[in-house]
Each structure stands twice: as C-alpha cells, then as structure tokens.
Design a protein around this ligand. Structure first.
Ligand SMILES: Cc1cc2nc3c(=O)[nH]c(=O)nc-3n(C[C@H](O)[C@H](O)[C@H](O)COP(=O)(O)OP(=O)(O)OC[C@H]3O[C@@H](n4cnc5c(N)ncnc54)[C@H](O)[C@@H]3O)c2cc1C
Length: 187
C-alpha cells in the first residue's frame, strides 16, 4: 500500500514521495533516494502531512472532530488516509493519542525503526565497487592496463530514476571506445 504525499527524513535529508508498505518493510523512490543515509545508520521519520505545519494540522483535527466518531473516522475526516492511520496505530502499539496536538505531532514525524536494508538480490543498485581513483577517465584499471570496468562495477552511488541505466550505458560506451583504441595501439 502506498503512503501518499509523504515527506521522509533520514539524517539531514528530506525527500517527498510515495513510499510503499510491503510485507517486509518500506520501498519505493523516496526510500531509494535516502539509501546512503539509511545505510549509514540514520533512523527514518515520515511526515504524513508535509503541506501543513503541526499547528495547522492540529487545528484541522479539532475542527473536524465529532463526538460520535471513532478515532479512525475522526482522523480520516482530518485528512489522514486509512494507510496513514494504520501506520500511526502500528507505531503507537495501537495506542493512538486522543489529543489533536499529540496526533498532529506524531503524524508530522512518524518514527520508523530501521532494522536493515533488503538483501542484494532485491537491490536496484548497489553502492561499492572499484574505486574511482583506481581507474583512468575511460574506466581502465590503473593497476591492470587493458582491462576496463563500467556500470555497477564502479563505486558510484547514483540517484535512481533512469540515471543508473544511463550511467551504465555511458561508462560502457566509453570503456568500449577506449578498449578498441587500446587494442589497435597494442596489436
Ligand atoms: C528491479 C530493478 C529495476 C530497475 N529500474 C531501473 C530504472 O527504472 N532505471 C534505471 O536507470 N535503472 C534501473 N535499475 C538499475 C539498472 O538496471 C542497473 O543499474 C544496470 O542494469 C546495471 O548494469 P550493469 O551492466 O552495470 O550490470 P548488469 O546489468 O547487472 O550486467 C552484468 C552482467 O554480467 C553478467 N555476469 C555476471 N557475472 C558474470 C561472469 N562471471 N561472467 C560473465 N558474465 C557475468 C550478468 O549475468 C549480467 O548480465 C533497476 C534495477 C533493478 C534490479
């Protein structure tokens, strides 16, 4: 289930987007974007209402509260989706605060414990690889002239969204052109 229109913060970085709740955790664009921060051990906070500050959200919750409504109905009327409410329930061990200001403060910074990253067979891209200072500007290994590396073999940490394939193709092309030239010069 996607968490619509959220802002996610890890360390000093905040990204907007739609993380998806899966059976094993969170994934999706904003999670990938925060990969370096999450990898280095920062916790994650989700702002479920990034277009309102906590005071405005609390005021809206107060305004939309009706005595007969359940807490879930009240929060949904206050602009939180069923997925948002489920996340708040999960975070609080099913003890949702009943004060509008407490709900607003929580919804603005839902703490998500980070237990780890998914294994490499689920990875879209990987950090690590051959260090940039171990290759020349065509991707040839300085310690092993005549051998090139490209794409994910190189240690770069690119943003997702088309840049990975572009960088793999570009570094592959660059390596291929250089290798052809090198082969002609070293018959
Ligand atoms: C699910 C998923 C979605 C993605 N979506 C996007 C996207 O939307 N946009 C984007 O830009 N990027 C996306 N990526 C990332 C992108 O696909 C990779 O960064 C890119 O394909 C890596 O290219 P590469 O040539 O470096 O490595 P690979 O494509 O992994 O190529 C390595 C090749 O080497 C072969 N190989 C391995 N070992 C040996 C061996 N010993 N001998 C011979 N061959 C070997 C492998 O079989 C493989 O064919 C996605 C990745 C995944 C997994």
């Amino acid at each position: 289930m996607p968490i619509k229109n959220a802002a996610l913060t890890a360390g000093v970085r905040t990204v907007r987007g739609e993380p998806t709740i899966t059976a094993t955790g969170l994934e999706g664009g904003p999670i990938y974007a925060l990969g370096p921060e999450l990898r280095s051990g920062h916790g994650l906070e989700i702002d479920l209402q990034p277009d309102l500050d906590a005071d405005a959200l609390a005021a809206r919750l107060v305004d939309r509260r009706r005595p007969k409504d359940s807490v879930s109905t009240w929060l949904r009327k206050g602009g939180l989706s069923p997925v948002d409410v489920a996340l708040l329930r999960d975070t609080t061990g099913n003890r949702l605060p009943t004060e509008a200001t407490a709900v607003a403060d929580l919804a603005k910074a839902v703490p998500i414990p980070v237990e780890g990253l998914a294994p490499i067979d689920r990875a879209i891209s990987t950090a690590g690889g051959v260090a940039l200072d171990a290759i020349d500007d065509t991707g040839m290994l300085l310690d092993r002239p005549g051998t090139w590396v490209a794409g994910e073999m190189v240690a770069w940490d690119a943003p997702t969204g088309g840049y990975l394939i572009q960088a793999c193709l570009s570094t592959g092309h660059r390596a291929g052109v250089a290798a052809a030239r090198w082969a002609a010069e070293h018959p």
